[in-house]
Design a protein around this ligand. Structure first.
Ligand SMILES: *Cc1c(COP(=O)(O)O)cnc(C)c1O
Length: 411
């Protein structure tokens, strides 16, 4: 972050336009450590990274190098993952979107991507036409009431609908290999995994009645960094209880935010400041305007129900904020002309902060860059990479080995 800020001020003093542009710092060591943490806690479950949470090319490459599979929801995501090379096979991908365009199903068939989810009869007809050799995974409803972003309103079959769906699949000569669920993104009560796994057990039994021999269990995503060990313990216990015999069963998960949330930080420049207006209630606090906002990286405030927590990165050309600095209440706004573009209603920051200073935001890796727009002509903030923490050597070795296997970068 510091060298990025220093670089920006160098460019700026040379008169380079947009020198103060906001930027992400991606720490690949963080992704590496999260992968190790996953393997330690859930050694039986192969993570399939949910590409939608952040399709960053280096993150994809590193996770592929470490042995992760991928959860893709579109043709483009599938192409991006297959273009990584380096031994990433179509069998490492699950097309985990229960409602797919028929042209995407055809493209998946051509690309050799066989594993795909469904949760309704219409999808079965479509798949029977476009990819009759598909290996299907039935997506069921799970309790998503303990998650920030619930998915049940859009996807998932009720248990009562499963026998009918399996009978229809049989009739259409389709192969159903297993079951999946998603507890919702940003799950804050991981005990929901217990109920979800018990439902999966029921679906395995229903499958047997329908003439299928399931051997695939997909426990979805929703893993929160701070609750991960807890979630893993619930999952391990539930799997032990409901699937005591499981040598023949392949278990995967679809974590997204878990891998990237804390790997990306955002550095933003204060481009303008409005002093408190004594006469107007609405502007009673200092207003700071920074150069990324709700139409950019902070779309997560809208779509992902995130909360922005700013801190001073650089003030008056110093990275050190003296203790005892006088603070004042302020609000923080994005750069566009829309008043919805508000990042923080109420923050407390040093009173002498001014235009040209920098604010940092941590935990900006998931559901940020991927959904950022260029509304009003503001570019999506660029990413710079570091690998300076624990595991730096391992990250470099993994990426080098992957490159040696032909794993290139398509970006
Ligand atoms: C979004 C999504 C994920 C990833 O969810 P996280 O909460 O980021 O782990 C996984 N699977 C499916 C089907 C999804 O839609």
């Amino acid at each position: 972050m510091r060298s990025g800020v220093l670089n920006a001020s160098r460019l700026s003093s040379n008169g380079v336009p947009d020198a103060e542009r906001a930027f992400f710092v991606a720490d690949l060591c963080e992704v590496y450590q999260q992968y190790q943490r996953w393997c330690k806690n859930l050694p039986e479950i192969q993570p399939h990274y949910a590409v939608k949470s952040n399709p960053d090319p280096y993150v994809l490459r590193l996770l592929a190098a470490l042995g992760a599979g991928f959860d893709c929801a579109s043709n483009q995501e599938i192409n991006q993952v297959l273009a990584l090379g380096g031994g990433v096979e179509p069998s490492n991908i699950i097309f985990a979107n229960p409602c797919k365009a028929i042209s995407f199903v055809r493209a998946a068939a051509r690309a050799g991507v066989d594993k795909m989810t469904f949760d309704n009869v219409d999808e079965l007809y479509k798949i029977a036409r476009a990819h009759p050799r598909a290996k299907l995974v039935i997506r069921i409803l799970a309790d998503d009431s303990k998650s920030i972003c619930a998915f049940n309103v859009k996807f998932g079959a009720a248990l009562s609908a499963v026998p009918g769906l399996l009978a229809k699949a049989k009739e259409l000569n389709l192969d159903v290999i297993g079951v999946s669920f998603h507890v919702g993104s940003g799950c804050y009560d991981p005990s929901v995994y217990t109920d979800a796994i018990s439902r999966c057990r029921k679906v395995f039994d229903m499958a047997q009645d329908a003439g299928y021999e399931f051997d695939f269990l997909d426990v979805g995503g929703g893993f929160e960094d701070s609750l991960f060990e807890q979630a893993a313990a619930y999952l391990r216990d539930a799997i032990d209880e409901y699937f005591p015999e499981r040598k023949h069963i392949k278990i995967i998960a679809e974590p997204g935010r878990y891998f990237v949330s804390n790997a990306f930080r955002l550095a933003t420049n204060i481009i303008a400041r409005r002093a408190p207006q004594a006469d107007a209630n609405a502007h009673a606090k200092v207003m700071y305007y920074i150069n990324d906002g709700v139409y950019g990286a902070f779309n997560c405030l809208m779509f992902d129900h995130a909360v922005a927590r700013p801190y001073v990165l650089c003030m008056d050309s110093s990275f050190h904020v003296p203790v005892g600095e006088t603070l004042s209440r302020c609000s923080i706004w994005g750069p566009t002309c829309d008043s919805i573009d508000k990042i923080c209603e109420d923050a407390e920051l040093p009173a002498r902060l001014q235009a040209g200073d920098w604010l940092g935001f941590d935990g900006m890796g998931a559901y940020t860059i991927c959904a950022a727009s260029q509304f009003n002509g503001f570019q999506v903030s660029k990413v710079v990479y570091t690998a300076g923490g624990d595991g730096e050597m391992e990250v470099r070795v993994a990426l080098a080995k992957f490159a040696a296997r032909g794993g290139g970068l398509q970006a």
